[in-house]
Design a protein around this ligand. Structure first.
Ligand code: ZN
Length: 170
């Protein structure tokens, strides 16, 4: 095993939790295919740390921390927007039988199916996708080209169409 992407990210999740292991690594953004569409450019890396353990009820859990800097597209000015990524999540590991039987409590907000071949890279990407703002924007007043914003442009062209329709109906 050598070269790019050689970080071993596939774990046996239940064994990982039982023995309290920790896996740290970094993933190059260009390798996260599903995330790419949300980014202005896919340069850089995200760092992650996943730790196995148990919750207060002795159930197996994984704790996942992700850090990095993403460049999203501002939905107001379409410029690049620096988005500091900070995810910290605890997930309960459940077997297929448990999830089907509905043996989960209301407060068990996050859980994933236990797997002998859980790919942490996929999990990291899932969590990043879930953490992204639906419509990222610069703070009010800090867009670079106010007035040429996509929303303004769309509104202007809609009014333009109305004006044309009006003229035609006369
Ligand atoms: Zn902006």
């Amino acid at each position: 095993m050598s070269g790019q992407g050689s970080t071993q990210t596939v774990i046996d999740s239940l064994e990982f939790a039982r023995t309290g292991q920790t896996l740290r690594g970094s993933l190059p953004l260009p390798g996260l295919a599903r995330l790419k569409d949300s980014l202005v450019d896919a340069l850089g890396m995200v760092e992650f740390e996943v730790t196995g353990g148990h919750d207060a009820r002795r159930r197996p859990i994984l704790t996942l921390a992700i850090h990095g800097m993403l460049r999203l597209q501002c939905q107001r000015c379409l410029g690049a927007l620096e988005h500091p990524l900070r995810v910290l999540n605890t997930m309960l590991l459940v077997t297929a039988g448990e999830s089907a039987a509905g043996g989960l409590d209301e407060e068990d907000a996050e859980w994933i199916e236990a797997s002998g071949t859980l790919d942490v890279a996929t999990l990291v990407e899932d969590e990043i996708m879930l953490s992204l703002p639906y419509a990222p924007r610069h703070e009010e007043g800090s867009c670079r080209h106010v007035g040429t914003a996509a929303a303004d442009g769309a509104a202007a062209s809609a009014f333009g169409k109305l004006a044309v329709l009006k003229r035609n109906s006369n």
